[in-house]
Ligand binder design. Sequence first.
Ligand code: C2E
Ligand code: CA
Ligand code: CA
Length: 562
Amino acid sequence: MYDELFGGEKKRKVLVVDDEEINRELLGNMLDDRYDVIFAENGKDAFERIEEYSGMISLILLDLMMPVMDGLEFISKYNEMEIASKLPIIVMTSEVESEADIIKAGAVDFIKKPYNMPEVILARCERVIALFEKQQLIESTEIDELTGLYSKDFFFEYIRQMNESGLVDEINMNVIAIDIEHFHLINEIYGHEKGDIVLKEIATILNDLVKSRIGIAARSDADTFYIYTDGIDDYQKLFEDINIKISNIDKFPSSIRIRMGVNKSIDLNESPETLFEHARIACNLVRGDYMNQIGYYDRKHHDKQIYNAKLVADIDKSIENKDFVVYYQPKYSILNGDPILASAEALVRWNHPELGFISPGDFIPLFENNGLIQKLDKYVWECAASQIRKWKEKYGVAIPVSVNVSRIDIYNPELENVLLDIVKKSDLKPHDLHLEITESAYSDDADRLIEVVNNLRKKDFEIEMDDFGTGYSSLNMLTTIPIDALKMDMSFVRNMHRDSTSLKLVELIIDISKFLDVPVIAEGVEEQSQVDTLKKLGCDIIQGYYFSKPVLPEEFEKYIAG
Ligand code: C2E
Ligand code: CA
Ligand code: CA
């Protein structure tokens, strides 16, 4: 089947590992017509070649007696490696007695030295490669039953083979993902049978598309399709062509819309899996977007991914080296007379040793996505607690500090114990540490959140609902959620003097806080006029650049002293 696809032109790569030059030359000459032969001088060298030609080598011919790393050591190391598909190894030996050991170790066959029967050697190589490839194909289910397109694994394997064959110009191939908007709704409204028809018809359209080119198509999962093909220079036109075909199918619900993701940053070092993962990311960039239905993954995303990967790799080291620095922003009570320092919010920054100063907006969402936020938050909470303790010793009062508790932290069954430990270590009371939980976390899993918050409050922690007004809490829900303060989202204050709706919402939020009998905190207050209005409306506490930006503890002390 491969040969059919590649028109028999494919020359597979064989790696010859032998320390003696004369042997390498001999084997090279024998195999050279049929295979693309590459060489290594010992086991260590072989590992480097395998990495260099990752996924492109079809067979290893291995000498046993070599300096640096001998054949058996190579095989045992190779077997320990975690790679999806192992290469077949033929051992070349003059010691017939070690045959059993060789096969036991994991080689599939052996060739006796000296090499005086080239046709036998060639035949053995061919047989082993054919067997091995066949086995790999059998292991993956070739065809997606519903659509008749390739299944994902087989598709990726095929791409590797296509690339390896030299038949396609990898760098100019098109890597495209296609998704159906709101497919689950189609299933729900029209039933699964209709949903299946939609998938089949789209599969047919995509199959026709690649048939006329050098290309293949697959259904990745559910309603995501992948195509790998040459010869596309106008993605907009391709998109429209597909859409016209879809709209011409009369059995279709009229509301079918697709979106497309194109990976425009083909990196030859990346696996087909990664290339298509990036196309899928591009496709999701335009999810639900009525203006743009084609998303592109380009250099910018690529760089961002590499940047993010670096951040993820560096978090532990940076926590250890104290590269994360906690800043404090004062909150002032404005109710009576002159503003009085009421508390502070702890906000983390990253002084990255190579990348410089990084704001939380650039790493918090990333760490929330992969759960690492729990580690960082714990570190920030510890810093904040020990800071409260230091100030208490210096000034005789515990200034309450609020810390941010990510929605992810809520799912940590140990959350309460972690927090209790932290306050205990700094010899504080739980109510010295306020916990800010964003309103939208309440809509993730309200029951769970209410339970967690209730328990924390029983232990005497104070809970502030952060970014209030951006979530969807109903008044009804609010009355059942136990909280100690509302933090109005910054956007309301920002727009308060620009549009009357925002001003009305500020009034409403202040009313809600009165109804719940908790103080309301306004964030992002920058101007005197905002302070005046908020004060008039009955807002209790203000946080913002008007008083101070978040600052280092030393600088914060001037607010305590003065
Ligand atoms: P947030 O909790 O809503 O924090 C308020 C943000 O508004 C902070 O941004 C603060 O510096 C900024 N801000 C305060 N006053 C003003 C003002 O007058 N004008 C303007 N334009 N901005 C003001 P920052 O420090 O960049 O933090 C961004 C977000 O990152 C925070 O939003 C919070 O959600 C998150 N974050 C920060 N530190 C932590 C942390 O230790 N743990 C967790 N989980 N999240 C954190
Ligand atoms: Ca906050
Ligand atoms: Ca906030």
